[in-house]
Design a protein around this ligand. Structure first.
Ligand SMILES: Nc1ncnc2c1ncn2[C@@H]1O[C@H](COP(=O)(O)OP(=O)(O)OP(=O)(O)O)[C@@H](O)[C@H]1O
Ligand SMILES: [Mg+2]
Length: 308
């Protein structure tokens, strides 16, 4: 069983299924009556759950006040109880370092969202986390960066340089952050088009370059071995091993909920690279995965049958 370290920002997605009973007189805004609520793993926790389902041994970074109580509270204990879940990167803190996103739905449409962002992991945890990554001896390291403060620049750079000298495959799902150069040297990076343009800006290039130029810049300037750009309903693109531009289109799907599309892409690419599937073939699987996820409300967990 291949081993994956999952570094990133953990989240819980709460779906409140509501009915709109009336318009508030002090509004106008709708008054919601909750019918039921569902808790789902979000952010890096969603990627971790996906990789557990794909059969990896996964060590997710999880910093909480009390791990068992936390997952029990959100009715998500089965995540941590999976046989292939490793507690190697669990750390204790005064409070829970997790962002909570509440989504309110009515007639199966999301009508409002309320986010409670977590505090950052204090810098003095970096050395502990880096040592735990080394000790776990992963085959792959995935960064599911939502820039909520779990991953400091120092942590990302240190882990990437350790991985490159230890022949560990690294994949990064990036978010805009002050210094995007921290991802330098990763094997695979999967920005969406907006994030790719921000990367260009931070490297001093013009905006709105075409995708093949952006990919070549990511490869040459940021030394990303296999840069990928996700294009929403337009699919996904990369450069093949000869440096040619490859675009894999997606079958246009009715968009239900984009939550977790990027998580599905990074998890699927991780599975493919761990199983020696070429990046170009992996793009087609990643599109299938992204398409399956946007067709479901909430963070749909893919099975291998969904993508292969
Ligand atoms: N409307 C859509 N129809 C079909 N597939 C889609 C659609 N939107 C996204 N996808 C699939 O999901 C992948 C990732 O989507 P996108 O480029 O929007 O990533 P993202 O902005 O990083 O998403 P996220 O909000 O989850 O971070 C796409 O490459 C595609 O395969
Ligand atoms: Mg994304």
């Amino acid at each position: 069983m291949k081993k994956v370290v999952l570094l990133g920002d953990g989240m819980i997605d709460v779906y409140h299924r509501c009915e709109v009973t009336r318009i508030a007189p002090e509004g106008p805004f709708p008054v919601l009556n909750e019918l039921s609520s569902d808790y789902m793993l979000g952010g890096s926790f969603n990627v971790a759950r996906q990789l557990l389902t794909f059969g990896f041994e996964v060590a997710p970074l999880v910093v909480l006040h009390d791990h068992q109580t936390f997952f029990k509270k959100y009715r998500l204990s089965s995540f941590r109880e999976a046989q292939n879940y490793s507690k190697s990167l669990e750390f204790l803190f005064d409070s829970d370092i997790v962002s909570i996103k509440h989504r309110f739905t009515s007639l199966d449409k999301i009508i409002a969202r309320w986010d409670i962002d977590s505090v950052a992991i204090p810098d003095h945890y970096d050395d502990l986390i880096i040592s735990a990554v080394f000790e776990f001896k992963p085959d792959l390291i995935v960064f599911s960066d939502y820039n909520k403060g779990s991953l400091s620049d120092f942590l990302i750079k240190s882990v990437l340089s350790y991985a490159s000298i230890s022949n560990i495959i690294t994949l990064v799902d990036p978010k805009p952050r002050a210094d995007l150069g921290v991802y330098r040297g990763a094997d695979v990076i999967t920005p969406n088009l907006i994030e790719a343009n921000l990367l260009m800006k931070s490297l001093g290039y013009l905006q709105n370059l075409d995708c093949s130029t952006i990919l070549a810049i990511l490869r040459d300037d940021l030394q990303i071995k296999r840069p990928v750009i996700t294009l929403g309903s337009q699919g996904i693109c990369c450069l093949n091993e000869f440096g040619d531009f490859v675009h894999s289109p997606v079958l246009q799907k009715d968009l239900f909920d984009v939550t977790g599309a990027g998580d599905a892409v990074i998890s699927t690419l991780c599975y493919c690279l761990a199983n020696d599937i070429s990046l170009v073939d992996a793009l087609a699987y990643a599109n299938k995965a992204g398409g399956a996820v946007v067709g479901h409300l909430g963070n749909y967990c893919l099975s291998l049958e969904d993508i292969l």
